[in-house]
Design a protein around this ligand. Structure first.
Ligand SMILES: C[S@@+](CC[C@H](N)C(=O)[O-])C[C@H]1O[C@@H](n2cnc3c(N)ncnc32)[C@H](O)[C@@H]1O
Length: 292
């Protein structure tokens, strides 16, 4: 159990039992859990938030300047709490001196939390009202392409894949099904590609889908070949890489719970080139787990 938790990459502390009480007490005593938001002198090039964003850009290659400021500050404050640092200036210095912390902060800001069929109400609408039209609108011999943006570790892309493969199996379609799944986080994509997930996924996937689409191994489930081969994972930054084959050739783009600015067809901050025939389906906001 502890090993499975650590393997998720979501664990903040790995400690011997005897060190746990003191560390947890220090954590709950930190201002980020007891008080309001951290004060940040805003608007100058010297403000610590500006310096932190510059570090993330130069050292990790992620430009978070157009992400929502409140979200950035909440996540920075959380990292300060985990590192028991009270002042944002000190945290900024800590980041300069501690490269692994820059990686950890970047990971926290991307909020890779996801699930199979996350937000069931949205999935019910997608399955009942959207996918039937999507499949029917395509010529049976033409490829059906769907783009899943900000796919994290792949659960959402495989969920769409299951729904579409079922639909295609019950239709006259011969055209290929292709799901392009992209994310800025290449580590998340490495988890997505082999499609191996902990056995806890059984609580979010109906048994009638689990059996045809997954193979059970020791403590895990592996996505079966047919579904794996329908999904192509690739790195893409929605802000910097405006266009890609996925974005211009897909019939539908799914943009759910992405921590970056909204993904309108052409918003001033997050610009995606989409074919005029591409429908965008978007729901949710990035919701970290309760412990975050
Ligand atoms: C909360 S997860 C959502 C995962 C999935 N869409 C879902 O709803 O279950 C947000 C994902 O958006 C990705 N993301 C954030 N900013 C991005 C950007 N600029 N370009 C591409 N992906 C981004 C993160 O790496 C993360 O994997």
């Amino acid at each position: 159990m502890p090993r499975s938790a650590i393997a998720t990459g979501l664990v903040d502390y790995e400690l011997p039992v005897e060190q746990m009480p003191a560390t947890l007490l220090e954590y709950v005593e930190h201002a980020h859990l007891r008080g309001g938001p951290i004060p940040v002198p805003a608007g100058t090039r010297n403000d610590p938030l500006h310096a932190i964003l510059a570090l993330l850009c130069t050292r990790e290659g992620h430009d978070f300047r157009c992400y929502k400021k409140a979200m950035l500050l909440r996540r920075i404050q959380r990292r300060m709490g985990l590192n028991r640092i009270a002042a944002i200036d000190d945290y900024c210095q800590y980041l300069r001196d501690t490269p692994p912390e820059i990686k950890a902060l970047a990971k926290d800001l991307l909020i890779g939390v996801t699930e199979f069929f996350r937000e069931p109400e949205a999935w019910a609408v997608l399955e009942e009202e959207v996918l039937p039209h999507l499949v029917a609108a395509k010529h049976p011999e033409a490829p059906l392409r769907v783009w899943v943006t900000g796919c994290a570790t792949g659960e959402e892309a495989y969920s769409i894949g299951m729904c579409l493969l079922e639909r295609v199996a019950n239709s006259e379609r011969n055209g290929k099904l292709q799901i392009f799944a992209t994310d800025i986080d290449s580590h998340a994509l490495e988890i997505a590609r082999p499609g191996i997930y902990p056995e806890s996924i059984a609580s979010s996937i109906a048994p009638e889908r689990l059996t045809p689409f997954f193979t059970r191994a020791d403590n895990s489930y592996r996505v079966k070949k047919e579904l794996r081969e329908a999904v192509v994972f690739a790195p893409q930054n929605l802000i910097a890489d405006a266009s890609s084959r996925a974005s211009t050739s897909s019939s539908a783009a799914i943009c759910s719970s992405i921590s970056s600015p909204s993904c309108s067809r052409r918003s001033s901050r997050c610009s995606i080139s989409l074919s005029t025939k591409t429908a965008i389906y978007s729901w949710g906001s990035p919701r970290p787990s309760a412990s975050n």
